[in-house]
Design a protein around this ligand. Structure first.
Ligand code: AKG
Ligand code: FE2
Length: 530
């Protein structure tokens, strides 16, 4: 296995500022493909086999450990519709023009189909590293971002008779005008999806579906390590009434949501959420698609690219510096409180998470996601298991491993890019002060013996750490994990990445950028281990 050094990566990314990832395999034959990697090697021994060979290397406990059950309840939303705020965004009034000659293309509420005509091209999608056309999978037309400009908003509209029905808040927003509808949307996206993180919205394309047009289930391809969300804005077509069919279907962990985007409505989801557009049955369906980057206007800390300098960036919000300036409502801020320190260091049972701590210092830096009571309970129990084991006389596990609930590019498996429940759990684990957490790409194999021997099917998951393409965040040496190891089962989106069929993005995607499963490896922090 081979590491890719940071410089190679940076030159790749900077040569590619803002554009799609280059197609194919930019790094040549040495690049790892997680799909074709031998499942187990000397470096990644088969955990089950080495266990049965007598080595207590990776003892696998019964597949559903009580901690795993608790973990499986820990989840947070993976999509948001922002229509409750629609009036205050006024997205419908945003104007589009053609990049080549500045010709008007209409507004989001009323696109000019004739003016768009010459810019349209057939929609492609990614199949492995290739970008392909196949109407069985995707049938549609699109205008790429490079061909369009989004014009800044001209100011508040005249009040109309119907505006008198708005409530006081909406009315004042409409009267004073929202100087930038995308800035308001970006702030709400930050608050709900990526609390505490910088957020930048960049136009990706306009998609048009006529009757019969559709897009089968896929995950969106990512265009940078910092790209973690997709935003869709419904558009109207001048002179035409609304379309029929063309439902957007989102699916995750057994849940499904169906939306039919109307002009000016906004919907956002994490890029790794499975979604599809059902066939349009009447009229024309148009959506503007934006990429959501976890970058502020000054770019990422860790990379030289500057999202704001990219064309068609429509809004950037910085990370809030302190709790007081954060508008996060994703769960409550929970401070660990140590009630009893008679053991010299706190006994895990003495750590309480004070949910309504009036003494929270709001000048503290904001955690990227507040944690919920369930997460706090998980952290508390996990700490106990790490310190004292499950049951006497079993030795305590030294490492507890569980899958991330989202899938990521391997290079994005780092604290600052964690999404949703992964970010919340990471913060909760870190906030206890007792634990050390390593993030690492893994191979995930849920039903190892399923096809071999149905009778003796073993549903224990196997999780094998893979070397990341580059060192995990700062660390050159992948951590070694103290044994014994307890692996907690958690299906999540990792199931998707073992299924080749499903890994269709918008564009072809070299191995380097493909979605990978990742896991948290949790051990006792150095200062609290015996
Ligand atoms: O048009 C839409 O609503 C979404 C299409 C889509 O999922 C995509 O192009 O990736
Ligand atoms: Fe998509």
């Amino acid at each position: 296995m081979q590491y890719v050094d940071d410089h190679a990566l940076q030159s790749l990314e900077s040569s590619d500022a803002g554009a799609h990832p280059p197609l194919g395999d930019p790094l040549g034959a040495d690049t790892l493909d997680w799909r074709t990697l031998p499942r187990f090697t000397d470096e990644c021994p088969d955990p089950v086999e080495s266990y049965y060979k007598g080595g207590p290397r990776w003892p696998i406990p019964p597949s559903m450990h009580p901690l795993g059950k608790l973990l499986s309840q820990v989840s947070l939303p993976k999509w948001w519709n922002f229509n409750d705020r629609r009036l205050s965004y006024n997205l419908g009034e945003v104007r589009l023009t053609s990049t080549s000659d500045d010709a008007p293309l209409g507004t989001i509420a009323a696109l000019d189909l004739e003016a768009l005509h010459s810019l349209l091209e057939p929609s492609h999608f990614g199949r492995g590293a290739e970008t392909v056309y196949d109407e069985a999978v995707r049938k549609g037309l699109e205008v790429t971002a490079a061909k369009m400009h989004i014009k800044s908003w001209a100011g508040p509209p005249e009040l109309s008779d119907t505006d008198w029905d708005l409530d006081a808040h909406q009315y004042s927003r409409r009267q004073t005008g929202q100087p930038d509808p995308f800035a308001a949307l970006a702030r709400d996206i930050q608050e709900r999806m990526f609390p505490g993180r910088p957020v930048t919205l960049k136009l990706y394309k306009l998609a048009l579906y006529k009757p019969g047009g559709h897009f089968q289930f896929h995950l969106d391809s990512t265009h940078a390590d910092s790209h973690h969300g997709s935003l869709l804005v419904g558009c109207g077509i001048s002179g035409y009434s609304s379309y029929e069919g063309g439902h957007l279907i989102l699916r995750s962990e057994g849940e499904e949501a169906v939306f039919q985007l109307q002009a000016g409505e906004a919907l956002a989801f994490y890029t790794d959420v499975l979604h599809a557009v059902s066939p349009v049955t009447y009229g024309t369906r148009a959506t503007l698609q934006f990429d959501i980057y976890l970058e502020g206007s000054t770019g990422r800390d860790d990379e030289s690219n500057d999202a704001a300098a990219r064309i068609n960036t429509v809004a950037s919000v910085e990370a809030p510096a302190t709790l007081a300036s954060s508008r996060s409502n994703m769960g409550r801020i929970i401070e660990p409180v140590i009630e009893n320190t008679k053991h010299g260091r706190p006994h895990p049972n003495d750590i309480r998470f004070n949910i309504s701590n009036p003494n929270i210092d709001s000048s503290r830096p904001v955690p990227s996601v507040a944690c919920t009571e369930l997460m706090a309970e998980f952290v508390q129990r996990l700490t106990t298991v790490l310190q004292y084991g499950d049951s006497i006389p079993l030795a305590p596990p030294r490492t507890v491993v569980f899958l991330l609930s989202h899938v990521y590019r391997r290079m994005s498996i780092r604290p600052s890019y964690l999404k949703g429940a992964d970010a919340a759990l990471y913060n909760a684990l870190m906030s206890s002060g007792e634990l050390a957490v390593f993030l690492n790409p893994v191979m995930y194999n849920r039903y190892r013996y399923y096809y071999i021997d149905e009778e003796n099917r073993d549903d224990s998951p196997t999780i094998v750490p893979c070397k990341p393409f580059a060192p995990p965040f700062t660390n050159d040496n992948p951590p070694t994990f103290a044994e014994p190891v307890l692996i907690l089962d958690r299906g999540g989106e990792a199931d998707l990445v073992v299924n080749d069929e499903i890994s269709i993005g918008n564009d072809g995607c070299g191995e380097f950028w493909r979605y990978s499963a990742g896991a948290m490896f949790v051990t006792l922090a150095q200062n609290s281990s015996e």
